[in-house]
Design a protein around this ligand. Structure first.
Ligand code: NI
Length: 214
């Protein structure tokens, strides 16, 4: 299995190196390392966790023309690396369920391994790195930093969430500040606390500076 893992890692590195909107190899590496750290406390099958973490973003909807295309790329990475069929099915099931689909759309992740990888991924959507990635993504997609005239929206469907083009600051209220309470493991929740507090402090300062108060 070690050889399989190395192959997957190598393919993911090739596919994502130089990706500048926050889904590059180092993001994947951080999610893998964090998922394994959470698994130390929470348990779960480490191979499934590591494979799902490594492959979780190669088919991301933000990087492909369609969800189906993304899924094909992910499957190809696993198949070409000789991941056994039964393992591949579990990994694909986790990856399909992973993404955030709107503030008012509930998560559906029954497997412990999936909860762990999803928590690890979301921990990198918040905190200092989360803030950096959010603005990098916003810039790459032509979003304003902030516009006080555009109000935040709680999206009730994944289509509404995917279609929105609101300023980057709104994204904190529409997703990032909600993630702490959507953590699914105790360890994930504990780590999320500090990152969440840091984000709140960032927003407080941003608004103070925006209004020339600080
Ligand atoms: Ni990710």
């Amino acid at each position: 299995m070690q050889e399989v893992m190395q192959k997957v890692e190598q393919k993911v590195r090739e596919l994502l190196s130089g990706e500048s909107s926050g889904h590059d190899w180092y993001h994947v590496k951080q999610v893998r390392d964090m998922a394994l750290r959470i698994a130390e406390k929470e348990g779960g099958d480490k191979e499934i966790i590591e494979l799902a973490a490594l492959a979780h973003d190669v088919g991301d909807r933000k990087l492909h023309a369609s969800e189906q295309k993304g899924e094909e790329v992910t499957l190809a990475v696993l198949k070409e690396s000789n991941v056994p069929e039964s393992v591949m099915e579990k990994v694909m099931d986790i990856i399909r369920r992973m993404s955030f689909k709107g503030a008012d759309v509930a998560d559906d992740m029954p497997m412990l391994e999936g909860k762990i990888v999803q928590d690890a991924d979301r921990l990198y959507a918040i905190g200092a790195i989360g803030i950096a990635r959010t603005f990098a993504y916003g810039g790459a997609n032509g979003r304003l930093l902030y516009d006080p005239d555009v109000s935040t929206e709680m999206h009730a469907s994944k289509d509404a969430y995917y279609a929105n083009k609101s300023p980057t600051i709104n994204h904190f209220y529409e997703k990032l500040l909600l993630l702490k309470d959507r953590m699914q493991t105790k360890t994930g929740r504990e780590i999320a606390e500090g990152r969440h507090a840091y984000m709140e402090e960032f927003l407080r300062r941003f608004m103070a500076e925006w209004e020339a108060r600080d």
